[in-house]
Design a protein around this ligand. Structure first.
Ligand SMILES: Cc1cc2nc3c(=O)[nH]c(=O)nc-3n(C[C@H](O)[C@H](O)[C@H](O)COP(=O)(O)OP(=O)(O)OC[C@H]3O[C@@H](n4cnc5c(N)ncnc54)[C@H](O)[C@@H]3O)c2cc1C
Length: 385
């Protein structure tokens, strides 16, 4: 059922699925309970080419955005938390290096990320700056030939385990999009520290934490892109990230649909499988319909991205639709499972806890809504104050 949109990727999908079912799935409960990223699984996956497939071939990737989407769906079908961490490393960190880095930065950072030897993270959010990203106060100032950084980032995926960090800071006194600069930092730099993994509701396989910068001194070679252009750069890379992010919701929804159909046929009440009741069929039909429509839209969006088209409105629509869908799908799946769905022994409760992140991370549903309205006004010739 899930092959038809990218039939030429059928073999990749089957291989990733087999690997994830045989290797990733069994470690899921322990990762969930202990809050640990399954590093060994990640390294094996990287050796098979399942990390950084979208990154340039010359650094070890496959230069293939659709392959990345297929892997993304398949990872999330099994364990969203695992994919959140993979993604912070090979998309949020590495895609920015691939897009804005110097040849030397690309040679230094991309191959070990793609090989799974190193882990990256991307740090924008701060304790007082979330949706309002331009309000960051982490600051950079010139110091000798380089810069000195001070500030605190929070909710950063992979911070507790990362080797490499992309940190966005601003020049004191700068406003709006001006004065932002992006730095690549490495663990071990004096003044850079990370906190313990935060305790959270779901996605436990993905460690989340703080990054603290106290008089961190870096040279010019650690600037990613142009000094002062960091916040503009961030907006440029958001389209690709937002086009891929709905595949998280899609992968989790695929899993919930499959589990629900199977369970509804196995579970009998009032002398018949619950699958035969129309109220159950309605839930299944709606899950399948939403899933199929958003998948078609998202694969089409990837084609637009490949052609270099701007997809700000479309990406926000895809992210909003898909993340609302997965909130609903996980709830409906739990309903179909009844009391068993509430039990940890069954897979739905972890999908539901994990998926709740998807209306928050990478821009909340409210922010996607504002982006859509702004773009629609703009495209129809109205500007919004
Ligand atoms: C598990 C996890 C992993 C994360 N990983 C990363 C990461 O790797 N790197 C990183 O930089 N960040 C990361 N984040 C942070 C994430 O991007 C932010 O949580 C998100 O952008 C929302 O910011 P906030 O939590 O401060 O909420 P707030 O911005 O405080 O929002 C609170 C509520 O107010 C609403 N709201 C805010 N502004 C408006 C408005 N103008 N109109 C209407 N409603 C509004 C929001 O939609 C939300 O419902 C992660 C978060 C989590 C939970």
């Amino acid at each position: 059922m899930f092959d038809e949109l990218a039939p030429e990727y059928g073999e990749l999908r089957r291989n990733v699925r087999r690997f994830n079912e045989e290797v990733l799935d069994p470690v899921g409960p322990a990762a969930d309970e202990q809050g640990k990223f399954p590093l060994e699984v990640f390294r094996q996956a990287a050796k098979l080419g399942y990390v950084g497939a979208h990154l340039p071939e010359e650094y070890g990737g496959a230069g293939d955005l659709v392959a990345k989407a297929v892997i993304y769906e398949e990872n999330c079908r099994i364990n969203l938390g695992y994919n959140v961490s993979v993604n912070a490393s090979d998309l949020l960190f590495a895609n920015n290096v691939a897009k804005f880095g110097t040849p030397e930065q690309k040679r230094r950072y991309l191959p070990p990320i793609i090989a799974g030897d190193k882990i990256g993270c991307w740090a924008l959010t701060e304790p007082n700056s979330g949706s309002d990203a331009l309000s960051i106060t982490t600051r950079w100032e010139p110091a000798g030939d380089g810069f000195v950084l001070n500030g605190q980032k929070t909710f950063i995926t992979n911070a507790p385990i990362a080797d490499f960090f992309i940190v966005i800071a601003r020049k004191p006194g700068s406003k709006g999009l001006e004065g932002g600069t992006t730095f690549i930092l490495e663990r071990g730099l004096p003044g850079l520290s990370t906190g313990e993994p935060m305790k959270k509701m779901g996605c436990m396989a993905s460690p989340t934490g703080e990054v603290v910068l106290e008089d961190v001194k870096v040279g010019r070679e650690q600037v990613l892109g142009e000094v002062g252009a960091g916040l503009r750069q961030m907006l440029k890379s958001l389209d690709v990230e937002r086009c891929l992010s709905p595949f998280s919701s899609i992968g989790v929804s695929m899993a919930c649909l499959e589990h629900s159909v199977r369970y509804a046929h196995e579970r009998s009440q009032f002398g018949k499988p619950i699958a035969s009741y129309q109220l159950i069929q309605q839930k299944i039909a709606e899950m399948a319909m939403n899933l199929e429509i958003i998948r078609a839209y998202c694969y089409q969006l990837l084609e637009m991205v490949k052609q270099g088209k701007s997809v700000t409105r479309q990406a926000a629509m895809a992210k909003l639709f898909a993340s609302r869908m997965v909130t609903k799908t996980t709830n409906e799946a739990l309903q179909i499972f009844g009391g068993y769905g509430y039990m940890k022994e069954y897979p739905i409760e972890h999908h539901l806890r994990d998926a709740r992140l998807l209306e928050i991370g990478a821009g909340t549903s409210e922010i996607q809504t504002l982006v859509i309205a702004r773009e629609v006004y703009k495209e129809l010739g109205f500007s919004r104050k």
